[in-house]
Design a protein around this ligand. Structure first.
Ligand code: GLN
Length: 529
């Protein structure tokens, strides 16, 4: 039976609970323990697929096509795991199941209530996933903040779970904020005290308290928190602001968080192996080169909207010992001179018409000036539109997503998308194979002829125009087994490649993605030429 670490959050959101959860996972894994992660999101959406990235950050896509919150990206990057959609439990999913059961008559004669029906459903969702994964330890991140109405049923369910399983099977880690106030920069413990009081009122006593603050917690502050919150002083852990999120596990390790958890869960102690992680961090923190790439997008005011891009650049940059600065360019405000000082251009995925003009301009400049270019999803589709317009001379070429009357419609709805009305989980989603043309740039970068990549789109290159686009010089070097265009590249250009799929979702710290790596190498070559 799996044991559990529950990670809760107090005071306010945005304390990096996802990073804490991921870090704990990595640390336990580094001791040879098989771990998995579950995320609880107390919102009523069934998944994050229909949420605006501006509000919620990027939508992360898993192998199985689930569209989830960006924390899943952190879990997969830290733990080097491929998770599935059932690792995300939302209020929407739980209620949907309970209501379906009620309609089926499963609760015939009963009054259906939050306790026990909803809490039972939550416990069952958690334990089923944990057992199915075969993990020795399942780390469950409870989204939201303790005290929110929405998180109550989940906290109650995990309280019951501890009651049923016993305390050696469950550990509670509570993350809080320790603000610094006043002229002498005093670290304040009151918000922590209050949020711990709140979680104790629900019947949960944290075993470990993680205090987020700008600076490491002072010893007497740790002592004060320990006293007021009924934990040993060693169980108060500092989580100071880090330059890179990937440093957080090491900060925890230095404070013996792993030993504390292993002791609490009665796990046999094994020596730590974080060699690869430390090597990656060493490269990322001590670069020998530096370069700047432009990212021309439409949610650039919220960097979280493009989190996996940022991380993929950090991973590939570390491998090349290169610090990568991102110049965020809002596509609607695009101007050619904005590309003067960059070594390469990325046009990321996106939806709808807004900003496409600027993106098309950026792609044209990258193509004409020989500036390294990486286009992803919408960025790939727009690269095809740009090529059709300015190389083939079809001035009206477009995607029917942008102009439903487009003629020629070089990008058009996927045939199976016609007639699809519902918006939740209905795109072409998840991992599928891509066959690479021998001798192409794509093939050289991957070093393989078949790869598997994750998708999230409704439109594709219109097969009617493939021959003409290729005759004009655009090479479709990656295709799906059923003949869809997956990668486009421009032979003769120093580096111009674009993919219908999302490589950023598969980049891992110690395994950077070949497309990002190739792109940065080309950027570096340009810088030194
Ligand atoms: N909007 C485009 C489509 O649906 C691209 C999607 C994306 O960039 N994720 O096909």
């Amino acid at each position: 039976m799996s044991k559990y670490v529950f990670v809760t959050g107090g005071v306010l959101s945005g304390l990096g609970k996802g990073i804490t959860t991921s870090s704990i996972g990595l640390l336990l894994k580094s001791r040879g323990i098989k771990v998995t992660v579950i995320k609880i999101d107390p919102y009523l959406n069934c998944d994050a697929g229909t949420m605006n990235p501006y509000q919620h950050g990027e939508v992360f896509v898993l192998e199985d096509g689930s569209e989830l919150d960006l924390d899943f990206g952190n879990y997969e990057r830290f733990l080097d795991l491929d998770l599935t959609g059932e690792h995300n439990i939302t209020t929407g999913k739980v209620y949907l199941k309970v209501i379906e059961r009620e309609r089926r008559g499963d609760y015939l004669g009963q009054t259906v209530q939050i306790i026990p029906h909803v809490t039972d459903e939550i416990k069952q969702s958690i334990t089923t996933v944990a057992e199915r994964s075969g993990a020795e330890v399942t780390i469950v991140e409870l989204g939201g903040t303790v005290g929110d109405i929405e998180s109550m049923p989940f906290l109650e369910a995990v309280r019951q779970l501890q009651q049923e399983r016993g305390s050696a099977h469950c550990a509670f880690v509570h993350t809080t904020l320790v603000p610094i106030l006043g002229p002498v920069g005093e670290q304040k413990t009151k918000p922590t005290q209050q949020s711990v009081r709140e979680i104790r009122a629900i019947g949960i006593q944290p075993d470990i308290i993680i205090g987020r603050s700008e600076e490491p917690l002072k010893e007497h502050i740790k002592e004060k928190i320990a006293l007021f919150c009924s934990v040993p002083v060693e169980a108060v852990i500092s989580s100071p602001t880090a330059q890179l999120v990937y440093q957080v596990p090491l900060t925890f390790e230095e404070q013996s968080l792993t030993e504390l958890l292993m002791e609490k869960l009665r796990l046999a102690p094994l020596a730590e192996d974080l060699t690869a992680w430390r090597a990656f961090l060493d490269h990322a923190l001590h670069p020998q080169h530096e370069l700047t790439v432009a990212l021309v997008g439409k949610y650039t005011e919220l960097a979280d909207s493009y989190l996996s891009y940022t991380e993929a650049l950090i991973h590939a940059g570390a491998e090349l010992r290169t610090a990568v600065n991102i110049k965020w360019i809002e596509a609607e405000e695009f101007a050619p001179d904005l590309l003067e000082d960059v070594a390469g251009v990325i046009v990321p995925g996106g939806f709808g018409e807004r900003g496409t003009k600027g993106k098309l301009q950026a792609i044209r400049l990258a193509r004409e000036r020989g500036l390294p270019f990486l286009g992803i999803c919408l960025g790939f589709q727009l690269a095809v539109v740009e090529f059709a317009r300015n190389v083939l001379g079809y001035k009206q070429a477009n995607s029917t997503e942008i102009d439903p009357q487009a003629n020629p419609a070089v990008i058009d709805l996927l045939p199976e998308q016609r007639g699809v009305k519902e918006k939740g989980g209905t795109m072409r989603l998840g991992a599928s194979p891509v066959l690479l043309e021998p001798g192409s740039l794509a093939h050289r970068l991957y070093g393989r002829e078949e790869v598997s990549e994750r998708h999230r789109h409704r439109y594709e290159v219109n097969p009617e125009f493939v021959a003409e686009l290729e005759a004009g010089g655009l090479r479709f070097s990656g295709r799906s087994p059923d003949g869809r265009m997956e990668i486009g590249e421009l032979p003769g250009h120093p580096f111009f490649i674009a993919s219908q799929f999302h490589p950023e979702f598969k980049s891992r710290p110690t395994r950077p993605h070949p497309l990002f790596l190739g792109f940065l190498k080309a950027c570096r070559a340009r810088g030194s030429s």
